[in-house]
Design a protein around this ligand. Structure first.
Ligand code: GAP
Length: 464
């Protein structure tokens, strides 16, 4: 426990640590421990008013980039519970397991493949020094029963990945939506895994959300598309989510890491204070999935190319990102403690700011009347109402203006709009930029268009 506490305090160059992120997330309403009034439930989390905005924004951007801005990718929303044969065909019943060891004394469970070499050698529990059991394979799928009779015939699984919903609908989509290879199917949704190790906040949880896209290609062109999607996906993190490029890299899976379905795989990894960890997997899945589903359902799943009349089982390039894990990456990467001067006692004045990309910030603009009286509140409320048509706008009239700016900085609001006495006479407002704290005067008319332009131009910079 003490070891874990210390690990949570390790900071990155910006002063972010897991402990600080968890605390800010709770304090400002991003993420709460689930069922907290009953003492919480291990490794389950609820997304609060700001968290749900951040998560929804990430999902919206992903969907926009992966479907609307692509000519040849369509969407899908498949059921969480699927025919159990799905998971036999996909290989999950047989292969989706982790090696588990238990401490005979304190009963803590560990994934053997995540234990450091010295623990593996001594076979002693890293928590209490007790003896560890021999490893056994532990299947990560949650099962339940569909219908009133709880027997083996009624077993269904909560899907451990959204991808299979796409594969089993391949033919439906081809038959109904005029797509032609190469094309993709995208889906966002919940997935469930009975993870043995669930620490690090929302990094690894048993219930989480994925954003997956399966891109179907002609065999032989798969390597070209694999490279294409690798490049696109890295660009997305930097340009659309505003993650600092120096905190991202690719990790290629070695032969012992490759999933049972993969010919080649690269992870987009993020540099957490506790090390580099996976954020997204880009997998070359060949014809494994469509081939297996064809075999298990008794009907070959093939594609007839209308241009060449060739029939084949398509190969698949998959991009598989964690949505809930993206929330953590965005918070971790954006968090910055900055000394911006001295307070009245001569101590460093530190502001906590989230440099979130405006694409994902839970509040895009905060509208603040300098004072409540003399019609300034009414004017500010009008502006707030107008902006709410296009953005998540927030109205705040309480407290000193400096304190209000700081409150917005801490939740990552990129723009503050201040309404003062001059605004009444001149029909203009102050626009304050979160990152630079620069303030400029802009006309009230066309404010929404101005913010859109600022969002389009936004470029994340390293503030170190
Ligand atoms: N369909 C392929 C697939 O599911 P994966 O590498 O097992 O591949 C993809 O998962 C992504 O889903 C990961 O990169 C991660 O972001 C997210 N993910 C996986 N397990 C998770 C968990 N237990 N908690 C949170 N996110 C998880």
């Amino acid at each position: 426990m003490a070891r874990e506490k210390k690990a949570n305090q390790v900071t990155n160059n910006y002063g972010a640590s897991m402990e600080k992120i968890v605390s800010l997330a709770k304090r400002r309403g991003f993420v709460y421990p689930s069922s907290e009034i009953y003492g919480g439930l291990s490794a389950t989390w609820d997304y609060g008013p700001l968290g749900v905005e951040l998560k929804n924004n990430i999902q919206k951007i992903w969907w926009r980039e992966m479907t609307r801005f692509q000519e040849n990718i369509v969407g899908l929303d498949a059921a969480i519970m699927m025919h159990p044969r799905t998971w036999e065909a996909s290989g999950h019943v047989e292969n989706f397991s982790d090696p588990l060891v238990d401490c005979k004394d304190c009963k803590t469970r560990f994934r053997e493949d995540k234990l450091p070499p010295e623990v593996l050698e001594s076979h002693k529990c890293p928590e209490c020094g007790g003896e560890l059991t021999e490893p056994r394979q532990f299947n990560l799928m949650f099962s339940t029963h569909l219908g009133p009779v709880a027997d083996s015939a009624s077993i269904v699984y909560l899907r451990p990945e959204t991808a299979q919903g796409i594969f089993v609908n391949f033919k439906n989509v081809v038959d109904t939506s005029r797509v032609q290879i190469p094309f993709g199917i995208a889906q966002v949704g919940k997935a469930f895994r009975n993870e043995i190790t669930t620490k690090n906040f929302i990094f690894r949880t048993c219930e989480f959300e994925q954003m997956e896209m399966q891109f179907f290609v002609k065999p032989g062109t798969d390597e070209k598309w694999f490279e294409y999607w690798k490049e696109q996906r890295m660009k997305y993190y930097i340009e659309q989510l505003g993650i600092l490029p120096e905190n991202l890299h690719f990790h290629q899976h070695g032969p012992d890491e490759l999933a049972h379905y993969a010919k080649d795989a690269y992870d987009v990894e993020y540099h957490y204070p506790f090390g580099w960890e996976e954020q997204e997997g880009i997998h070359s899945r060949t014809d494994f999935d469509l081939g297996r589903h064809g075999e298990y359902c008794g009907k070959e799943i093939t594609y007839l190319d209308p241009r060449s009349n060739e029939r084949y089982v398509p190969y698949v390039i998959e991009t598989s990102a964690g949505l809930t894990r993206s929330v953590l990456v965005c918070l971790m990467d954006a968090y910055h403690e900055e000394v911006i001067g001295e307070d009245k006692k001569g101590n460093p004045d530190v502001r906590t700011v989230l440099h979130l990309h405006p694409n994902v910030a839970p509040v895009t603009a905060a509208v603040l009347p300098l004072v409540k009286k003399d019609g300034l509140a009414e004017l500010a409320k009008d502006i707030h109402k107008e902006l709410s048509e296009d953005f998540n706008s927030f109205y705040d009239q309480s407290g000193a203006i400096g304190r209000r700016y700081r409150r917005q900085d801490e939740i990552g609001t990129p723009f503050c709009i201040t309404v003062d006495y001059e605004s009444k006479d001149n029909q203009d407002v102050t626009l304050r930029f979160r990152d630079s704290m620069e303030q400029i005067r802009v006309p009230r008319a066309g404010l929404a268009a101005r913010l859109k332009e600022e969002i389009r131009k936004y470029k994340r910079v390293n503030h170190e």
